[in-house]
Design a protein around this ligand. Structure first.
Ligand code: PNS
Length: 163
């Protein structure tokens, strides 16, 4: 069975990678869908977020990464995926994801599987990583080294197109 792990991944964190790798152990194939939430202002461009998720999941042979445009359930249907996988950190996540799960089941006949995040990452969010990064703090405990490096370059304004 093919599963989708959707998100903004701005930036991808150890928490995301925990959920993605565990989904990869449960399903035949996992497509990480890197989307755009119109309510959010992003630190990384869509291309950068896609690239960083690709780099940090490259070691997982049954995981692929694609940009997500439009409705998530249409994306899932077009790829023959019947399941969405969501990481759950706390009760607020459950409340929100239940709403989304019901909508996506009705609109797209897609099931949602919620995976409890590993406790060590249960208070981690990309929002907090961006907050720490915006003040020049060290985000290396929370994200892969390639992401931490990219954030450092960004805040120093020395980022190269492929650096
Ligand atoms: O990490 P995020 O910001 O929670 O990810 C949100 C994202 C991009 C995965 C979500 O906004 C999304 O799925 N957008 C596509 C449009 C859609 O299908 N929305 C949900 C229907 S209610």
């Amino acid at each position: 069975m093919i599963a989708i792990c959707p998100g903004s991944f701005d930036p991808v964190t150890h928490g995301h990678l925990d959920v993605i790798s565990r989904a990869a152990a449960l399903f035949d194939h996992v497509i990480v869908a890197v989307g755009q939430n119109s309510a959010k202002q992003y630190l990384f461009s869509a291309a950068e977020r896609l690239e960083l998720v690709r780099e940090t999941t490259a070691h997982l042979p049954n995981v692929s990464v694609e940009p997500l445009d439009g409705l998530l359930v249409a994306f899932a249907k077009a790829r023959g995926a019947g399941v969405l996988v969501k990481g759950i950190r706390n009760a607020s996540d459950v409340d929100f994801e239940l709403q989304m799960a019901h909508i996506n089941a009705v609109v797209g006949s897609v099931e949602t599987v919620m995976l409890p995040t590993a406790p060590v990452w249960s208070t981690l969010s990309s929002t907090m990583v961006r907050e720490v990064a915006s003040f020049g703090g060290d985000v290396s405990p929370f994200v892969p080294e390639v992401v931490a490096r990219r954030i450092r370059h960004k805040s120093q304004g020395t980022e190269q197109a492929n650096g």
